[in-house]
Design a protein around this ligand. Structure first.
Ligand code: GLU
Length: 307
């Protein structure tokens, strides 16, 4: 009797390993059987003092939120340390979520009166234009093209584009090595657009989310995932034996808070909120309890651009 060491045995084994890894990623844990990496510790998170914001008048967005009784804030739900939704409780956590909460408190809304709504990179401008969200906090780069469609408060953080590859890959060190490689990013994002225009020999693949790209990287269907270093570090930290971030960042991505284009009152108030929290130390505390867990020391917050 021949043993079943047929050519299918190996791929099947590899498939099983990939399935286990994906399950571990989905459940928010590291490798099966290992303790989960440190997540945001609720006790380390600041409590933002809710202000009386009745002196802020003339913002149609804020007026609508006040009569509705709660804010609706757009966010990401699959970006570790930045914006992540707990599938069991529906709760959102991460640095972007803390930024959204500190701004909410400054505008008079306690966290229980903020409803988060997941919006993918490609749909942010439409969501703000259609009034689906009051403001958006989700690794959202400020740039002139987007400013034609929406307004931006901030920046509140500066990231840079980088690359995530499999740990055993020694062929990719930077974007110059992407010729002929399958590279995945989120449609509608600045990293996607940069690869398309500056590295046209890469085989670019667009998905709605970066987590879909990471799944494809783990199962060998793409060779690299590209987006901001802050996002990639979170994925790498979840499966450090399988994935690594390579090369220095090759762009500047200033993160802003998206608001409806003509609501200048709201944009100014959010800028005030950011400055207030940067000065009182809550911005730093929020960073250290969230994104800081990926190993990055808290930077000095960038100056607010009141354009
Ligand atoms: N910061 C980049 C952007 O706004 C990439 C991250 C994202 O897609 O949210 O397009």
């Amino acid at each position: 009797m021949t043993r079943e060491t047929t050519p299918t045995a190996r791929p099947r084994k590899r498939l099983l390993a990939a399935v286990l890894l994906l399950a571990a990623l989905a459940s928010g844990c590291g490798k099966p059987g290992t303790p989960p990496p440190k997540g945001p510790q609720p006790s380390a998170l600041p409590t933002y003092q809710v202000r009386d914001a009745s002196s802020i008048t003339g913002s149609p967005t804020l007026d609508a939120a006040r009569s509705r009784g709660h804010l609706v804030v757009g966010a990401k739900e699959d970006q570790p340390y930045l914006g992540q939704k707990n599938p069991a409780t529906g709760e959102y956590s991460g640095f972007d979520i803390e930024i959204a909460k500190m701004v909410g408190a400054y505008l008079g809304f306690p966290p229980e009166r903020i409803q988060f709504k997941t919006i993918a990179s490609a749909n942010r401008e439409t969501a703000l234009q259609n009034g689906q969200v009051d403001y958006y906090v989700g690794t959202y780069t400020i740039n002139d093209n987007r400013k034609k469609l929406v307004g931006f408060a901030g920046p509140y953080f500066i990231a840079g584009q980088s690359l995530l590859v499999r740990k055993n890959d020694n062929s990719i060190h930077g974007p110059q090595d992407l010729d002929g490689k399958k590279v995945c990013s989120a449609a509608g994002s600045t990293p996607y657009q940069r690869i398309q225009s500056q590295f046209p020999k890469a085989k670019l693949i667009g998905y709605d989310t970066y987590s879909a790209c990471v799944d494809n990287l783990i199962t060998n269907q793409v060779d690299a995932v590209t987006t901001d270093n802050a996002i990639l570090l979170g994925y790498a930290a979840k499966v450090p034996d399988e994935l690594k971030v390579v090369g220095p960042p090759f762009s500047v991505e200033p993160y802003g808070i998206g608001v409806p284009k003509n609501d200048t009152v709201l944009r100014n108030a959010i800028n005030d909120a950011l400055e207030y929290n940067e000065q009182n130390g809550d911005w730093r505390r929020a960073f250290e309890a969230t994104l800081g867990l990926s190993g990055e020391p808290a930077p000095t917050p960038p100056p607010i651009d009141r354009y």
